[in-house]
Design a binder for this molecule. Structure first.
Ligand SMILES: Nc1ncnc2c1ncn2[C@@H]1O[C@H](COP(=O)(O)OP(=O)(O)OP(=O)(O)O)[C@@H](O)[C@H]1O
Ligand SMILES: [Mg+2]
Length: 626
């Protein structure tokens, strides 16, 4: 931007580098004003739009500037023509649609979970409410209407397109994206000149909230059983809310792998029905303020899932819907924060995505099948077992010749003695060479057979499958353990009661201070410690005393009153939680290492097979040469 630009008082505005760009204008830095940006329009600004921008600046409030990129100043060129506006700078926020799509969410908002989405939805409704309270209407509600911070703060953008109510005049909103426009606007030729109301905005807001809560699903996108096409715009126009009570009548079915609104409390389901039902154009759709209250209630009603702590859900509505969806689609919806132990022994939190890891595990190819050894040896010259015949015969001949020599001196025997020993030595060498070769061959055969099936790979893969199963079952395991904790409530209370009764000298027949000292030296101090087995280990206690002690314990047991209303030991609950957390961390770590380890095993198996084949060929070549 080379031309000189000024604010309304004629103070120069120095434009810096461009940071974003839309269809209407470019967003640029302002030198010396790091908290603001300039939106400079691509085309000349007409008078009506210039008047609207001036009116917006004049009616700005602290609340509007806090919740939206509301224009705070007008930018003019040297001739006094409006060319843009100054907006509060929104730094490090991201488009709201990146948050509700599971894949982009896990990338762009790695720590976001369902409560984060609920809170964002509440903040979005809060921002809508602020605009409505100031008398304006957003009009062009769409998936780029808001930016979200990593703390779920929401800021509305593109405010210059809003329908602004200032100086007793309405400055219109001339645009609209049909996926977020109400049924009454579907099929309109143009938005120009249409009067927008809060009730229209409330439709778009409800769609955005639905998308935030239900993993980007649009409330009017589903399977249609009729013969014609059913694009979203048509479905909106005909009030075919896919999850509504009237959906079946309207031949609509939810798409596969959708989280159903039954995951919500009934009051909230009703809000969606009111927003999308037939007649909602005439009655009031849920207002932004109503959504704020309902979403805050939902936020406090959700419970963390025991199987997967990246999930939260309404416990009283049944099992965790996110676990069910993740296990059918094998895709994660949220990242799982897990505590890891680094090599240096430090604890570190890592965001793990089990769905992605599992997909990666499934893509690792197992090493193919190795040809059976027998098939390899067909038609090949193989090393034979060494012939022992010549060796035995020449050995025998040497012995006989030696005996003969001892008794005679004829030349024949002497000659035989010159021939036979070399023959013996040769056969001996030959036999040991063949033996070595045969031994090597047998070893290769054994190793080959061990490598025919990729046993190591399959074993490790099965271990990962088990780990995934165990991870999925952690919730059940937690529940089982908690049941055990609760069912031991009776025993715990009884133990507690007995433990309160100390063995005192003189109270029990035959128990003197001396006897008590002996008992104490064996760790027996209260009625709880009195068990026949432990008493049997105490020398000199005698059967009469044992009888008396056990009778005293029995008496106390009879007096014990169980209180079912009394809670379980919080330490026991915490210890179950810790145990499950540790198990989860171990399983997740195993799975996280899975893809790399599987690939390594596959590669090692391949290399070992190549080496074995070379060895096999060498043996065969040597056998042919021999
Ligand atoms: N105040 C702001 N601070 C920082 N970035 C902003 C701000 N306002 C807008 N942006 C970024 O600039 C982009 C374009 O802004 P905006 O929607 O206002 O432009 P536009 O030209 O009116 O776009 P459209 O054609 O979609 O209406 C936004 O998507 C956003 O990423
Ligand atoms: Mg715009």
């Amino acid at each position: 931007m080379k031309a000189s630009l000024f604010d309304r008082q004629g103070v120069p505005i120095k434009i810096g580098k461009e940071i974003a760009r839309g269809g209407e204008g470019a967003i640029l830095e302002i030198q010396g004003h790091p908290k603001y940006v300039a939106k400079v329009y691509h085309k000349p600004v007409f008078e009506a739009k210039a008047a609207k921008l001036n009116a917006m600046v004049d009616t700005k409030t602290a609340r509007l500037v806090e919740l939206a990129a509301w224009p705070v100043e007008v930018i003019q060129d040297g001739d006094g023509h409006v060319v843009g506006v100054v907006l509060p700078k929104i730094l490090d926020y991201k488009d709201i649609h990146l948050l509700y799509g599971p894949r982009s969410r896990m990338r762009e908002f790695p720590t976001a979970t369902w409560p984060f989405l609920i809170r964002t939805a509440a903040n979005l409704a809060r921002a809508f409410s602020a605009i409505h309270e100031a008398g304006h209407v957003i009009g062009d509600v769409n998936d780029k209407v808001a930016l979200v911070s990593e703390k779920s703060i929401v800021k509305l953008i593109d405010c210059d397109s809003f329908q602004v109510n200032a100086d007793k005049k309405l400055y219109p909103c001339d645009v609209g994206v049909l996926t977020h426009q109400p049924p009454e606007f579907q099929g309109v030729k143009t938005f120009r000149g249409l009067r927008r109301t809060k009730n229209h905005d409330n439709f778009g807001l409800s769609v955005l909230i639905f998308q935030l809560l239900f993993m980007a699903r649009h409330p009017f996108s589903g399977s249609y059983e009729g013969p014609e096409d059913m694009p979203i715009e048509k479905a909106i126009k005909e009030y075919r809310y896919v999850y509504g009570p009237d959906a079946a009548n309207k031949k609509m079915k939810p798409p596969p792998h959708a989280i159903m609104p039954t995951a919500l409390p009934p009051e909230m389901r009703e809000l969606f029905e009111r927003a999308f039902a037939e007649g909602s154009d005439k009655k009031m759709r849920p207002a932004a303020k109503e959504w704020v209250v309902a979403l805050e209630e939902l936020f406090s009603a959700v419970t963390k899932c025991k199987t997967n702590p990246s999930h939260s859900f309404i416990l009283r509505n049944g099992p965790c819907p996110f676990c069910a969806l993740e296990s059918t689609t094998c895709s994660a919806l949220f990242n799982l924060p897990v505590l890891f132990q680094t090599k240096e022994g430090r604890q570190r939190t890592a965001l793990i995505n089990i769905g992605t890891i599992w997909k990666e595990i499934r893509t690792v190819k197992p090493p193919g099948k190795l040809a059976p050894f027998q098939q390899m040896t067909e038609g090949k010259a193989l090393p034979k077992p060494a012939s022992k015949f010549i060796y035995y015969v020449s050995s025998l001949a040497i012995i006989i010749t030696a005996i003969g020599l001892a008794h005679s001196t004829d030349n024949a025997s002497l000659a035989l003695l010159g021939v036979i020993p070399p023959l013996w030595l040769f056969s001996r060498g030959n036999s040991s060479r063949a033996g070595r070769s045969r031994k090597r061959f047998t070893q290769v055969e054994l190793r080959w057979k061990a490598l025919v099936s990729p046993r190591e790979f399959l074993k490790y893969h099965a271990k990962l499958v088990e780990a995934k199963k165990a991870l999925n079952n952690l919730g059940d395991e937690h529940e089982r353990k908690m049941k055990d904790v609760h069912s031991s409530k009776h025993q715990d209370q009884l133990d507690c009661w007995l433990d309160k009764h100390k063995i005192a000298p003189g109270e029990i027949k035959g128990i003197s201070s001396a006897a008590l000292a002996i008992l104490q030296s064996y760790g027996i101090e209260t009625a709880k410690d009195l068990k026949r087995k432990s008493l049997a280990e105490v020398p000199t206690i005698g059967s009469a005393r044992v009888k008396a002690l056990m009778a005293w314990r029995l008496q106390l047991e009879k007096k014990f009153m169980f209180d079912p209303g009394k809670g379980v030991d919080p330490m026991a609950i915490a210890s179950v939680g810790r145990e499950i957390d540790m198990k989860r961390a171990e399983l997740v770590q195993l799975l996280a290492e899975g893809p790399a380890k599987l690939k390594h095993i596959a590669r090692q198996t391949h290399l070992r097979r190549v080496a074995l084949k070379t060895e096999f060929d060498t043996i065969c070549d040597t056998a042919v040469a021999a």
